[in-house]
Design a protein around this ligand. Structure first.
Ligand code: UDX
Length: 420
């Protein structure tokens, strides 16, 4: 995203990718994953000749005034986050960095990481006077282009002085306020932002469970409280829990930061456990309906990606739900608009059958599980579903269908946070 958008405003960008398959696709102008609008941006950048894809990082950095590090910092057992890849790349490129060049960390890293990297660079290549910036990104997948161009704030973390380099680089693409802090603040701002969003989701999810048990409807409750300007209506959609590459990883990292600092963080831990429970709710509803074994049952699953607008399935609640359905003995036919990106590439997802169309997936099934709110599903033809399904029952994970229309044609909708 960063490489392509910077290339499209006229910067010369060398984009380094060490996976040969991905590199080959990108070099041919093919985006190997789906992100709304990105393929067009990539095609444009290639036509302009401002982007070049390379396997070797040294070749790229030795020609660059600024180097963006957009590397994964995954969740691994017993670590706050695995910054091994980041450290390796820095060690690899350090000898080739140009004098006075800027190293910009985009990756989410534990608080204190940038400062340690800066100290190490000072010791090893201090004479080059490398300028280190922590510039976290706040991109929602599916909205990443718009979020990149219209951030709520550009956070610039730097320790010794306030430079204008980020403003120069982003001048033709981002019109936003810049917020200058030191690198540790910048690192924590990123975690804090995800913490607050994940917290809202877990809180509304926990409340949805209470609503269902006490006879209140979470949809009406959240609509009402969302009108209060002090609360706002964002991130109040109850459902099967948050997924994706950020929330789970960053909440986990915060818990581990607390452990490393010997501080108990009960509220943050609760966000994680509520989310884990939420992923189980539809399975509990299915087993209480059909019995502890689902052997012989056929189910359709609509939607596997962790949200619409992306081909990403990392940490998707669908993985837990599909795997449990299969483990309980059911056979599953799935449909997702992005299934060509998902099939055979997600080892954590148990093998299931794929249908070429959402309605084909419904053939003879005992129930449908709607797990991602893709537009194609929200525009469902209710009566057509009834004709195809063995029994017209929908386990509704995202609360996007119209309960009145469903009821009119005889569909039973099992919802989260809405009493039966
Ligand atoms: C998130 C942050 O929003 C972004 O600022 C940060 O930089 C990276 O992490 P992303 O993971 O792409 O972005 O998606 P987001 O739209 O925030 O949704 C994350 C998950 O939360 C999805 O599984 C989504 O379905 C779920 N969600 C979101 C809810 O369950 N309810 C909501 O109200 C909103």
């Amino acid at each position: 995203m960063t490489a392509v958008l910077l290339a499209n405003v006229g910067h010369k960008v060398y984009c380094v990718e060490n996976n040969k398959e991905k590199l080959a696709a990108l070099s041919q102008g093919i985006c190997y994953f789906y992100e709304e609008g990105l393929q067009d941006e990539l095609t444009q950048a290639i036509a302009k000749g401002t982007i070049e894809f390379l396997l070797a990082a040294p070749e790229a950095v030795s020609q660059s005034e600024a180097v963006f590090l957009c590397l994964p910092t995954p969740n691994v057992p017993h670590m706050i986050a695995d910054i091994g890849i980041l450290n390796c790349v820095i060690d690899e490129i350090a000898p080739f960095l140009c004098r006075e060049s800027t190293l910009i960390i985009k990756s989410t890293v534990p608080v204190g990481t940038s400062r340690r990297i800066e100290e190490k660079l000072n010791c090893t290549i201090g004479e080059k006077n490398i300028h280190l910036i922590m510039n976290p990104e706040f991109l929602r997948q599916g909205n990443a282009i718009s979020d990149f161009k219209h951030p709520f704030l550009v956070i610039v973390g730097e320790n010794h002085y306030k430079s204008s380099i980020m403003e120069q680089i982003y001048a033709d693409i981002i019109q936003a306020e810049y917020f200058y802090v030191d690198t540790s603040d910048a690192e924590m701002i990123k975690y804090a932002s995800n913490l607050f969003l994940a917290n809202r989701i877990s809180l509304i999810n926990e409340l949805s469970v209470l609503c269902e048990k006490t006879g209140a409807n979470i949809q009406l409750v959240r609509t009402a409280i969302g009108k209060d300007p002090n609360i706002g209506n964002q991130y109040l959609n109850p459902g099967i829990g948050y997924g994706g590459s950020c929330f789970a990883k960053d909440i986990n990292a915060l818990i581990r930061m607390g452990q490393a600092a010997n501080i108990h963080l009960p509220l943050i831990e609760a966000i994680q456990s509520v989310n884990n429970r939420q992923k189980q709710l539809l399975i509990e509803k299915a087993t209480s309906r059909f019995g502890q074994t689902l052997y012989g049952k056929r189910f359709a699953v609509w939607g596997l990606t962790f949200k619409p607008g992306t081909s990403d399935i990392r940490e998707a609640p669908s993985i837990c739900i599909v795997n449990n359905l299969v483990m309980f003995g059911a056979s599953v036919t799935a449909y997702d608009p992005m299934q060509k990106f998902i099939q055979e590439k997600t080892p954590s997802l148990f093998p299931v059958e794929y249908a070429s169309d959402p309605y084909i997936a419904l053939n003879g099934v005992d129930a449908l599980f709607l797990l991602t709110e893709w537009k194609v599903f929200t525009e469902i033809e209710y009566s057509r579903c009834v004709e195809i399904m063995n029994s017209p029952l929908i386990f509704h994970g995202r609360n996007v269908l119209d309960p009145v229309k469903a009821k009119e044609v005889g569909i039973e909708l099992i919802q989260i946070g809405v009493p039966m």
